[in-house]
Design a protein around this ligand. Structure first.
Ligand code: UT7
Length: 334
């Protein structure tokens, strides 16, 4: 007896949202000892979007999700699962997914948050895809959203210049017969890198106290060079392994969508993989590092530039705090 065809998941809608307020490098020059020239040459960032006080991750996530649902013509009540990748949930609990369910009116859906820092979008994408592949669900909403400005120390020039706020949402559903959708993925964590990029307080180890606030422990702390070295090696390594096991070369990739942490990390990866220069999507100049939102924001840029089309062979890649890392190979479906 022949086996039933394996279910595949595909992305069938994409939408993004960034808060309107822009903070550019010249604004930062007035806040810390830095320069537009330093930020631009070391990172590739010119400006980033920053949420107003009182605007939380669930607000950005909901805006992105609403537009994605409208694009596909799904009513919020049709959504079965909501997965939100974030390191800046509105609060520790309830989860951002619960808040988004309520704000969207996605009654009937269940959901959860996924914490994987800059790899959160690729991890959430895969978590959502597994529900489709297993046959458990047919309509999944995956969101990457962060309000990084809520955990940045705007007196620390080594971190505050890097990040911005934003959200991106995709819809997942079963691929039609003959469609490839999500083809392969490879995820890794290396927990020994945890101390290189973290927010020390606010969890069970260091609950909020006057001391944790005085010691600025509720902000992002990063050893930039350690993360940089790991990211340069790991992003290319994972990509190479996924390409190789699928019988592909870098030049076969139509659209390379990397996490946007530093333009130099992206360029080093692109060089090592011999990617076609026009396939490499970079928008860090406009958004900075939006953590869980960089990959959907870069997908949107690729759409706007006319590069991401039905049938494009796409490689997503991320490395971030944890260390977490992930690569996804997919065929764009719309
Ligand atoms: O998405 C999460 C994962 N994160 C990443 O992938 C980030 C990876 N790391 C990086 O992108 C880079 O390491 C940074 C952009 C964070 C820093 O660039 P770098 O080339 O590694 O600089 P550095 O840390 O080696 O610092 C070089 C110099 C230092 O001064 P001295 O010691 O040479 O006098 C810093 O104090 O630059 C100084 N510096 C700055 N100067 C002006 C650090 N930050 C600034 C600044 N403006 N904002």
């Amino acid at each position: 007896m022949s086996q039933p065809a394996r279910l595949r998941a595909k992305i069938s809608a994409l939408s993004t949202y960034v808060p309107p307020r822009v903070l550019n490098n010249h604004d930062l020059e007035k806040m810390v000892e830095t320069s537009d020239e330093w930020i631009l040459t070391r990172t590739g960032i010119r400006e980033r979007h920053i949420a107003e006080k009182g605007v939380a991750t669930s607000d950005l996530a909901t805006e992105a999700a609403k537009k994605a649902l409208a694009q596909r013509g799904w009513s919020p009540t049709e959504v079965e699962v909501i997965v939100v990748g974030t390191v800046t949930p509105d609060m520790l609990f309830p989860s951002t997914a619960c808040l988004v369910e309520n704000k969207l009116g996605a009654h009937g859906a269940w959901g959860f948050d996924l914490s994987a820092a800059c790899s959160a979008f690729v991890y959430a994408l895969q978590a959502g895809a597994q529900f489709v592949v297993s046959g458990a669900h047919k309509k999944v909403l995956v969101i990457g959203a962060d309000v990084m400005s809520s955990i940045l120390d705007y007196t620390d020039r080594t971190t505050c210049i890097l990040f911005g706020d934003g959200a991106g949402a995709v819809l997942l559903e079963p691929a039609e017969e003959g469609e490839e959708g999500i083809i392969d993925f490879l995820h890794e964590v290396d927990g020994s890198g945890g101390c290189s990029l973290y927010m020390p307080a606010g969890g069970s180890l260091h609950p909020a106290t006057r001391e944790t606030v005085d010691q600025r422990m509720h902000f992002v702390h990063q050893e930039g060079q350690a993360v940089f070295k790991y990211a340069v090696r790991q992003m290319a390594d994972l990509c190479e392994r996924v390409l190789e096991r699928n019988g592909l070369k870098g030049s076969d990739i139509d659209v390379f969508i990397p996490h946007q942490a530093n333009k130099r990390i992206i360029s080093a990866t692109a060089d090592r993989l011999s990617l076609k220069p026009e396939s490499v999507i970079i928008n860090i100049d406009r958004y900075g590092n939006t953590t869980a939102a960089t990959i959907p924001l870069a997908m949107q840029t690729a759409r706007e530039e006319g590069k991401l089309k039905k049938g494009s062979l796409v490689l997503l890649a991320s490395v971030g705090a944890g260390f977490t890392s992930g690569v996804t190979l997919l065929r764009w479906a719309f």
